[in-house]
Structures are given as C-alpha cells and as structure tokens.
Design a binder for this molecule. Structure first.
Ligand SMILES: NC(=O)c1ccc[n+]([C@@H]2O[C@H](COP(=O)([O-])OP(=O)(O)OC[C@H]3O[C@@H](n4cnc5c(N)ncnc54)[C@H](OP(=O)(O)O)[C@@H]3O)[C@@H](O)[C@H]2O)c1
Length: 215
C-alpha cells in the first residue's frame, strides 16, 4: 500500500516522558525549539495527532511564524473530537477527522458539518488504510505530533520513516506518565525497531536528535 513519508516530532523530558502523570500539557520545548517545530510543520503537507492529544492538550496545530498551514488530521475511532476543539475552530489549514465504521452517526454528522471525514477501520482506525487514503489525497509528507499511543500504533506497524525528538533539561518521573512511545511494547530484541542516528545538536538547555527508522 502506498503512504506518505511519515515523521514523528516530539518533546520529552530527560527521562523520556512527553507529559506528566496527570497528562497535562506542560512546556518542555525552548523558544528555539518552538521555531524548529514551526518550520517542520510548514514543510509538511499535513499534521496528525491522536484523539488523546486533542482531549488532553487541545492543540490548534497551526504554523505560527511561517506561511501556509498544513492539513490537520485527528485519529479518532469513535468521533470523540469536540466540535469546538481548537483543531477545528482555530483559523488554519483544513481539518480531517479519521473515524472508524463504529463511530456513532450522530457525532460523525456533527463533525461532518465542520470538517472532512475519512472512515478507515472497523472498530479502531486502520492506520495503513488511513495513510493510503491520505496519500491518494496528495499528502506526501506527514508530520505526526503524538501522542504516545498513536506513536506506538504507527511505529509498531512500520509506518514511520524519521523521528525528531527534543530532549529537555528536566525530569518528570511517574510510571503513569506517557513516554515517547507507549502501547503494548515489544518483548523480543529481534522485534524492536532499530534506528540510525542522523543528526543531533544542542538547542538552548536541551538538544534535538533526528533518527531514521531502519528497514
Ligand atoms: N511532548 C510532546 O511532544 C507531546 C505531543 C503530543 C502529545 N503529548 C502528550 O501525550 C498525551 C496523549 O497521548 P495518548 O497516548 O494518551 O493519546 P494519543 O496518542 O494522542 O491518542 C491515542 C488515541 O488514538 C486513537 N487511535 C485510533 N486508532 C489508533 C491506532 N490504530 N493506534 C493508536 N491509536 C489509535 C485511540 O483512541 P480511540 O480508540 O478512541 O480512537 C487512542 O487512544 C498527553 O499527555 C499529551 O500531553 C505530548
């Protein structure tokens, strides 16, 4: 199946957490990193997040400093995205909510009045099917901005090409705090996803690393 080039961007604490155990949005990035993320966004055809991130952080997913706004995509099997979520109401690129065939019609119809809907998967979103559909819509470069569960969904299915991580100078702790990649996890070393280090550089009090996913 065809799919766009997919890269994840995330900010995490030095101990690998992307939020606190309360799953509240918390600033990890420096000002310089926010600019870097903005440039990455501006260079993407679309930005994707999971419904968990929409409900926790309510991000607008727009480009702040540059020109042009990528399409915003929410992976949301049961159409739980609130109709007044920033990803819908904030002026920016158009919005697609991806839902499964099991999403309640009432909620899907309320969303359809405001955004485009893609149906992919029976009970949960089929990510390969969704990416195939996005590619056919002309999306060639897809940026994924979390969270931990969506990152696992994509990485575990071999659907990610690159990963950028900003690592901040703080420790959150907490075994319930989301990490860069959650989900079920791999058991055997042979199944783990191998990365090739492509770049790293200091940015403010933290650093950015770019990994390529090995095939
Ligand atoms: N620091 C950072 O860079 C950063 C960035 C983003 C988010 N975050 C943090 O991450 C946390 C949210 O992460 P999260 O793991 O709770 O939620 P998430 O990854 O944003 O969304 C996960 C949800 O996506 C839906 N989904 C549908 N199909 C899926 C599939 N095939 N694979 C995976 N997910 C699928 C599922 O809900 P349904 O079954 O209802 O569809 C799933 O629960 C928040 O604390 C947020 O602050 C941090």
């Amino acid at each position: 199946m065809k799919r766009p080039f997919v890269f994840i961007n995330a900010a995490m604490s030095a101990d690998g957490k992307i939020s606190t155990y309360e799953r509240r949005q918390i600033r990890i990035s420096s000002d310089a990193d926010i600019r870097r993320v903005d440039e990455l966004r501006a260079g993407a055809d679309a930005i994707m997040v999971g419904i968990g991130t929409v409900l926790a952080d309510n991000p607008g997913l727009t480009v702040k400093f540059g020109n042009g706004n990528p399409i915003r995509i929410v992976v949301d099997s049961m159409a739980r995205t609130p109709v007044d979520a920033e990803v819908i109401t904030r002026k920016g690129g158009s919005t697609i909510i991806a839902v499964s065939k099991s999403a309640p019609n009432k909620r899907v119809n309320a969303l359809r009045e405001r955004v485009d809907i893609i149906v992919a998967g029976d009970e949960r979103i089929s990510l390969p099917e969704l990416l195939n559909e996005l590619k056919s819509k002309g999306i060639n470069r897809l940026m994924v901005e979390g969270g931990a569960t969506l990152n696992w969904g994509l990485i575990s299915k071999g659907l990610v090409d690159e990963i950028y991580v900003y690592i901040g100078n703080m420790i959150f702790g907490g075994k319930e705090a989301p990490t860069l990649v959650d989900g079920e996890g791999f058991c055997e070393l042979k199944d783990t996803v191998k990365l090739e280090l492509k770049d790293f550089c200091r940015l403010g009090d933290g650093f950015v690393v770019r990994w390529e996913v090995k095939r």
